[in-house]
Design a protein around this ligand. Structure first.
Ligand code: ATP
Length: 867
C-alpha cells in the first residue's frame, strides 16, 4: 500500500511545488487536526517488521529435523509390528517435542522483538507554526520536519531548506560516502542515490541541518520497500549458538554411528529387528541433546530481558555473550559517571578567584553566548544562565537588549562557541582554546595584556577541584578578543557510578575515562568516582599527548592509562584498536555522530538513550536507558551470569543425555535385558530436559560473580574439567540405573517393577546432579547460591510426574511401568545422595588441585567455572 498522496517524482520538481501538492505551508507546518486526520488515513510511520513465517508454518518447521524423522519412522515400524501403544507414545513424544520447541522459539523471539522496539526514536516537527518533538511513528505525509547532524531521517522527505547537510545513505544505497544535499530539483531519471533534493527514511544526517517536507511514511518509504523485499525473519543466532549447533550436529553423527553399530550387533545376536530398531532409536533420541540450541537461545533471551530491567537494552544478541567477557570499559565522564547537573560555583578574573559581583561581564557573556533557556538545553549552558540569575542579572533583558546576528555553534572538535550581536561578539569555551585567541584580558582596573601564567595557575586550581571550567571573551568583529574571565562549575558524581566502578575494579575490569574535558578536571573526577585512589595516582594522557606518542609505545601507554582528556572522537577509535591489539574485550561509550566508528569497532559499543544521537544508537550494541555507568556494570554482571548459566545447563544436560543413551547401549553390548525400555527413555528425555534442565536458565547470579577476573577471551566452552564431569556423571547414572534394576530383580520383583525403580533412580540422580550444578566448581552447599523458585518448581514437578508414571494405571499401560513399594524409593534416595556426594567430592578434590596448580603457574586452571 502506497501511503503518499501522489507517489510520483518528488525529486524532480521544486520543493515549494511539492509542499503545495502535499497541502502544507512550509512556514507553519500542518495543523494538529490535519495531522491527526492524515494519521488516520495513512497509518503510523512504522515499517512493520517482516512477519516471517506464520505460527502454523513455524510449528510444522519443528518437525523438520532428521531426528524427528527417525522417531516418526520408528513409530511407524513399531505400529506395523503391532506395538500400537508404543507407537502412540512415540507419536506423543514427537508432538510434544514440536510444541515445546515452538513455545521456546516464540518466547525468545518475542522477548527480543519487544526490546528492539524500546530504542526511542523521535522527530522534530513543525505543527501549528511551532517546533515540537514527537514520536517518529506519528509523522504523516506533509509534515515539516527539522533534521540535524546525528538524526536518523524519520521518513522519506523532500528537502526545502538545507545548510551544508550531508547524509549517510549506506543503509539504502550501499554507498559509504555521505551525500551532500541541496534543496534543488534533479532530473526526473535520477536514481535514489542521485536524488540530492530528497532524503530517505533510515539514513543518517552526518553533518549540517535541513528542513524538509515528509513525502512518504511507513511501508511506503524506500526503506519499507526494501524491507518487504528482504522480508527475512530475524534469526536468533550468535557465535556461541552457532558453535553449539555445530557441536550438537557432530555429536549426533557420532551417536547415530554408535546406534547403527549397536543395531547390527543386536540383530547379529538374534534380537528381533523391530525390537532392536526401537531400542537404537531410543538410544539416539536419548543421547542427542536436541534441546541444546533452543535452551541456549532461551538463556540468552532471559539475559537480554534481565539486562533491560537494569537499564541496558541489548540491540544484538551476541553482545550478551561478549559482555560477560569484557575486560576494559572506556566510559564518558559527563552524564555517565557524573550527573550532568552543572552548577557554577566559582569565578575568576585577571588570574584571581573573585565573587560573582566582580565577574559581571563574564556573566553577561555567559548569557549571550548561550543557546539554552532556563530548564531547557545543554546543562552547561543552563548553569551559566542560573549563575547570572543568582547574581541578580536578568537574562531575558540582557538578550533583548543585544539580539544575536550570527552564531558559530559549539562542536566538540574545537570546544568553543561564538556569537555576534551587532557590533560586539562573544566567545566561550575551553580555557586553552579561548585564551590562545586573546592578547588582552579585562581586569577591575581596565584592559591589560593577558597574564598567561596567572591564568594557568587559577585554571589549575579550579580544575584540581574537579570543576568544569569555561573561559569567556569579548570582541568587536575584525579584531582580537579580550579575555573576560572564567566560570567554573560543579557536576556531582553519580553515587551509583561510584559503587559500580568499585565493583568493576574488583571484577578485574579496567575502567578508563575518556572525556573532552580538561585533564585536571578529569583527574579529580576520576578520584571522586573511585577510578583511582587519589587524583595524583591517575595516569592521564591528553589528546595532544596521544598524537605525539611514538607508535611503538602507543599500545602500552594506552593500556596503562586511566584517564584520557581533551580527546577527540577520532582518537576514541585509535584507543579501541590499541586495546584490542592487547587482547582486550572492550566496551566503549559514545553519544555523538563522530563516536559511531569507535562504537562499531568496540566489542561492545554502548550508546546513551537519553542524551545520545540516533547515529550513536544505531552503531551501538547496547543502549543505556538512563545513561548511567552503573547500567554498564549491571549488564556485565548479567553477561557473566548468562555465561555461567549456559555452562550450568550444558554441564547438566550432556551427562543426562549420554547416560540415557548408554543405558540402552550397555544393555545391548552386554546382551542383557534393557533396564529401561525405549518409551521409558523417551519419557525421561522429554520430562527432565524441560523441567530439570531449563531451570538452569533461571539460576540467580552467583554472589561472588563480580569478585573474579574476566574469563580469558580465548577460553573454550568445553574445558577438560567439563569433559571429566560429563564422563563421571554419565557413569554414575548408568551404574545407578543398572544396580537398582538388578537388585530389584534379585529381590524377586517383576520386570515392570524393576524397570520402574530403574527409571526413578535415573531421574533421582539427575535431580541430585542438577542441585550440584547450581554451583559448578565449588561444593554447592558451601557456595549456596540462594533459593531458586524455578529450581524447586522444576524438581517438584518432576517428582510429581514420576509419581504419575509409577502409580497411575493408564501410565502403567502406556509406559510398561508398575507401582512400587517403599524399598524402591529408598533406592532412589540412596542413589541420589551417593551420586551427589561423589560429584561434590570430585569438586572439592579438583578445586584443591586447581588451586595448587594455580599457585604454581600463576593462574587458576582446571576449574569448571566459566571465567
Ligand atoms: P564527555 O566526553 O565525558 O561527555 P565532556 O562532555 O566534558 O566530556 P565536551 O562536551 O566535548 O566533553 O566538552 C569539552 C569541552 O568543551 C569542555 O571542557 C568545555 O571547556 C567546552 N564546552 C563544553 N560545552 C560547551 C558549550 N556549550 N559551549 C562552549 N564550550 C563548551
Amino acid at each position: 500500500m502506497k501511503t503518499t498522496a501522489h507517489p510520483e517524482a518528488f525529486h524532480s520538481r521544486p520543493a515549494t511545488e511539492i509542499a503545495g501538492q502535499l497541502g502544507v505551508d512550509p512556514q507553519q507546518g500542518l495543523s494538529t487536526e490535519e495531522a491527526e486526520a492524515r494519521l488516520e488515513r495513512f497509518g503510523p510511520n512504522a515499517v512493520t517488521a517482516p512477519s516471517g513465517p506464520g505460527p502454523l508454518l513455524r510449528l510444522l518447521r519443528q518437525f523438520h529435523d532428521p531426528l524427528i524423522y527417525v522417531l516418526i519412522l520408528a513409530g511407524v515400524v513399531t505400529a506395523a509390528f503391532g506395538g500400537y501403544v508404543d507407537a502412540g507414545v512415540i507419536g506423543g513424544v514427537v508432538v510434544l517435542n514440536a510444541v515445546i520447541g515452538f513455545v521456546q522459539e516464540s518466547r525468545a523471539q518475542r522477548a527480543l522483538e519487544a526490546l528492539s522496539r524500546m530504542v526511542p526514536l523521535e522527530a522534530i516537527v513543525l505543527r501549528d507554526g511551532a517546533l515540537r518533538r514527537i514520536p517518529a511513528v506519528r509523522l504523516v505525509p506533509g509534515d515539516v520536519v527539522e533534521l540535524a547532524a546525528g538524526d536518523r531521517v524519520p521518513a522519506d522527505v523532500r528537502l526545502t531548506d538545507v545548510r551544508l547537510a550531508e547524509v549517510d545513505e549506506s543503509a539504502l544505497t550501499g554507498e559509504s560516502v555521505p551525500v551532500l544535499k541541496s534543496a534543488d530539483a534533479v532530473v526526473e531519471e535520477a536514481v535514489v542515490a542521485d536524488r540530492t533534493g530528497c532524503a530517505y527514511s533510515g539514513t543518517l544526517v552526518t553533518r549540517g541541518w535541513a528542513r524538509a517536507v515528509v513525502t512518504a511514511t511507513g511501508g511506503a518509504t524506500e526503506l519499507g520497500d526494501i524491507q518487504h523485499l528482504v522480508a527475512t525473519a530475524e534469526v536468533v543466532a550468535t557465535p556461541l549458538t552457532r558453535k553449539l549447533a555445530r557441536f550438537s550436529r557432530q555429536l549426533s553423527v557420532a551417536i547415530v554411528a554408535v546406534a547403527v553399530a549397536a543395531f547390527a550387533l543386536g540383530v547379529f545376536r538374534g534380537t528381533p529387528v523391530p525390537e532392536m530398531f526401537t531400542a537404537v532409536v531410543a538410544l539416539a533420541v536419548g543421547a542427542i541433546p536436541e534441546g541444546l540450541p533452543a535452551a541456549v537461545a532461551i538463556v540468552l533471551a532471559i539475559g537480554v530481558v534481565r539486562m533491560s530491567r537494569r537499564g541496558a537494552i541489548v540491540r544484538n544478541l551476541p553482545a550478551v555473550e561478549t559482555l560477560g567477557g569484557t575486560t576494559v570499559i572506556c566510559t564518558d565522564k559527563t552524564g555517565t559517571l557524573t550527573q550532568n547537573r552543572m552548577t557554577v560555583t566559582a569565578f575568576a578574573v585577571a588570574g584571581r578567584v573573585v565573587s560573582p559581583a566582580e565577574a559581571r561581564e563574564c556573566l553577561v557573556a555567559g548569557v549571550l553566548c548561550n543557546d539554552a533557556r532556563i530548564g531547557e538545553g545543554d546543562p552547561t549552558e543552563i548553569a551559566l544562565l542560573e549563575s547570572a540569575l543568582a547574581a541578580g542579572l536578568d537574562p531575558e533583558a540582557i538578550r533583548a537588549a543585544a539580539p544575536r546576528t550570527e552564531t558559530v555553534p559549539f562542536e566538540s572538535e574545537n570546544r568553543m562557541m561564538t556569537t555576534v550581536h551587532g557590533a560586539v561578539g562573544y566567545l566561550k569555551g575551553a580555557v586553552e582554546e579561548v585564551a590562545a585567541r586573546c592578547a588582552d584580558e579585562s581586569t577591575p582596573d581596565g584592559v591589560r595584556p593577558l597574564d598567561a601564567a596567572a591564568l594557568d595557575r587559577v585554571h589549575r586550581e579550579l580544575t584540581g577541584r574537579g570543576l568544569r571550567v569555561l573561559a569567556f571573551a569579548r570582541f568587536t568583529p575584525g579584531s582580537a578578543p579580550t579575555l573576560l574571565g572564567l566560570q567554573a562549575m560543579h557536576d556531582p558524581p553519580r553515587p551509583e557510578a561510584v559503587a559500580a566502578v568499585a565493583a568493576c575494579r574488583s571484577a578485574g575490569i579496567d575502567v578508563k575515562m575518556i572525556t573532552g574535558d580538561h585533564a585536571g578536571t578529569a583527574r579529580a573526577i576520576a578520584a571522586a568516582v573511585g577510578l583511582v585512589d587519589t587524583p595524583s595516582a591517575a595516569r592521564v594522557l591528553t589528546g595532544a599527548e596521544l598524537t605525539e606518542l611514538p607508535e611503538a609505545e602507543f599500545d602500552d601507554a594506552v593500556a596503562a592509562t586511566q584517564v584520557f582528556a581533551r580527546v577527540s572522537p577520532g582518537q576514541k577509535l585509535q584507543l579501541v584498536r590499541a586495546l584490542q591489539r592487547r587482547g582486550h574485550v572492550v566496551a566503549m561509550t559514545g553519544d555523538g555522530v563522530n563516536d559511531a566508528p569507535a562504537l562499531r569497532r568496540a566489542d561492545i559499543g554502548v550508546a546513551m538513550g537519553r542524551n545520545g544521537t540516533d547515529a550513536a544508537r544505531q552503531a551501538a550494541d547496547m543502549v543505556l536507558t538512563d545513561d548511567d555507568f552503573a547500567s554498564i556494570e549491571a549488564a556485565v554482571r548479567e553477561g557473566r551470569s548468562v555465561f555461567d548459566n549456559l555452562r550450568k545447563f550444558i554441564a547438566w544436560t550432556l551427562p543426562a543425555n549420554i547416560g540415557e543413551g548408554m543405558v540402552v547401549l550397555v544393555a545391548i553390548v552386554l546382551g542383557a535385558t534393557l533396564p529401561i525400555v525405549p518409551v521409558q527413555i523417551l519419557w525421561i528425555n522429554m520430562t527432565t530436559a524441560v523441567f530439570l534442565g531449563l531451570t538452569m536458565a533461571f539460576e540467580p547470579t552467583e554472589a561472588g560473580i563480580m569478585g573474579r577476573p574476566p574469563r580469558p577471551p580465548k577460553r573454550p566452552l568445553f574445558t577438560a574439567a567439563l569433559l571429566r564431569r560429563v564422563v563421571l556423571v554419565s557413569l554414575l547414572l548408568v551404574v545407578a540405573a543398572f544396580a537398582a534394576y538388578r537388585a530389584e530383580l534379585a529381590a524377586g520383583l517383576s520386570l515392570a517393577e524393576a524397570r520402574t525403580s530403574a527409571i526413578n533412580v535415573f531421574v533421582g540422580v539427575q535431580a541430585a546432579y542438577l542441585l550440584s550444578c547450581r554451583s559448578l566448581d565449588r561444593p554447592v552447599l558451601l557456595a549456596w547460591p540462594g533459593r531458586s523458585r524455578m529450581f524447586a518448581l522444576g524438581v517438584g514437578l518432576t517428582a510429581g510426574l514420576q509419581l504419575l508414571l509409577t502409580y497411575v494405571p493408564v501410565m502403567n499401560t502406556w509406559f510398561h511401568t508398575a507401582p512400587v513399594g517403599v524399598r524402591s524409593w529408598l533406592w532412589v534416595l540412596g542413589a541420589a545422595v551417593v551420586a551427589f556426594a561423589v560429584v561434590e567430592a570430585d569438586k572439592l578434590i579438583w578445586h584443591r588441585v586447581a588451586a595448587r596448580r594455580g599457585i604454581s603457574s600463576g593462574r587458576e586452571g582446571g576449574a569448571l567455572r566459566a571465567r
